[in-house]
Write a protein that binds this ligand. Sequence first.
Ligand code: PMP
Length: 345
Amino acid sequence: MSVPPAPALRPELLDVVPYGAPQLDVPVRLNTNETPEAPPTAFLADLAAAIADLDLHRYPDREAVALRTALAAREDLDVDRVWVANGSNEILLQLLQAYAGPGRRAAGPAIGYSMYPELCRTTGTAFDVVDALEDAGDADVLLLANPNNPTGALLGLDDLRRLHAVTRGLLVVDEAYVEFAPEGSSARALLDELPRLVVVRTFSKAFRLAGLRVGYLLGPAAVVDGLRRVRLPYHLDAVAQRAAVLALRHEPAFLAHRTRTISERDRVASALAALPGVVVHPSSANFLLFETPVPDLFDRLLARGVLVRDVAATVGRPGALRVTIGTPSEDDAFLAAVTAALGGA
Ligand code: PMP
């Protein structure tokens, strides 16, 4: 009997490797930019009661009104200028589904968040890599992480104003790490001034809820309405909606680690930079991009139980690595492993 042919995958997916950092069970995991501290105990204590009365036999609120209302109050915006989805990745997907897609173009910087080209391929959007976003020409959507991933670099509000002035597409400022940047860095302040600007944020990083999968968008009501046209019905589950509302009530406790994380980042950066041949890039996020003379440092660290992110392909330089700031003891283990690996080079 002959084997039936496999279903015909879209040709552009044939050589694709499923996206994602390795999920390895090692002692020190510093590769996906989560906050190393668990959510506050007071939040966890309230969580069971907060979700106990949900009607889980019913579909969730398609419009996630309670969560969007809570976010709108936090941001001092009308609720129709706030959107939520299953992680900020889903927000980005919906933006491309609604504003890009076949026949349209998106643009992003040569060194940027590696999901942007993936999301463009998935949505049939042409993706232009540009040295500077000012060169994006007539791209329909501009994708910019600020602070950037994996560099940690931060553009100022005047840079964003200039960028908006010289481009004509939807300017997506992805602020996944903005809570680690200096006060006043958020493009939220420009929303009333720049009509093609949207700000995308997440609960996964500084908000310590990567397991919950909630991201949100702030922008013009017309864009929110655009996203409502492409979202799946019930795209954000009822537990996540309720838990995110509760998290906002506990916001000061959730974000109390920020100053600790920032000073820990600066400690790790100085210690790394003091090692022979190591270059550390300035970072406004909770991770550091660094380069060393040891091409197989990623494997050497892994052999010592320390998992970092290999970003050589994204950065275009062999040996480029990104390390998430962890707890002081995780960071000490990382620094000890780098020191040992460099010494043995
Ligand atoms: N944007 C950037 C720049 C990121 O680094 C990440 C996570 N790695 C995301 C968006 C997506 O985060 P999430 O889907 O967890 O909200």
